[in-house]
Write a protein that binds this ligand. Sequence first.
Ligand code: ZN
Length: 297
Amino acid sequence: MSAPNKPNTATTARSSITNAMSVDVEDYFQVAAFEDHIPFSKWNNWPCRVEANTDRLLAIFDQYNIHATFFTLGWVAQRFPALIQRIVAGGHEVAGHSMNHVRIFRQTPKEFKEDIVTCKKIIEDISGQKVIGYRAPTYSINHETLWALDILFEAGYRYSSSIYPVYHDLYGMPDAPRFPYYPRQNIVPDKRGILEIPITTTLIGNRRIPCGGGGYFRLYPVALTRWAWNRVNSEGKPGVFYCHPWEFDPEQPRVPNLNWKTKIRHYLNLEQMEDRFKSMLVDYNWDRVDKVYKESL
Ligand SMILES: [Zn+2]
């Protein structure tokens, strides 16, 4: 077990760069990999654990005096408005993660617009905070759904953190830039458009290695994530880390009949997540996404 209260000074000097910390606020039964097992119509059959698990994360951030961005489903905000208020009271940023976690390529532009406008309004009304950030469900912005970035900008969002510039069977845009950029600035006349803040990767040769969190963080030894993260910061760039409240909940109900890949991705090393995560909180500087990139927004 790692020692979360002690910085890892043995292997690396602490970088002065402040990285972006983010949480995708959704419950364990809402992930895309479970959609064939638990469709939207069956969500109410599963016990909600997102409120308690997000509170657990809020307590961890409070303990380490770190502020983060919480990309939140409208579905969660409607059911647990007091949770949204606790997130804001903790000094964190609230941002959008769609209403019901439908991947963008399954929506028409009209449906997408309605979804992100509704999500923004619900979170703003509950939180009293302006929502300018968005993360697509399952990183579902790719070459076919770039139109979504213009709709987000028109709706008042100012940044998106929705592109994972890697190869993956469920998502990814492997030829997209690794660091923040304005994907529509040459397409929308006279407008810079929305800022895209991709999830963090490092390079081994020309190969991109995902190291921004989630399943990869639970799969890799912590030393590997730290090595990758040090490389990113040594490029003079902040990284973007993401996690989910359900990753801190080894006791969550098990979904039956999953294939081996889904089972490994979802359940691997959940019991180690909290200690691993705390060691990252100690060894690097963190802040909310909107604060880390404020000069570009
Ligand atoms: Zn999600």
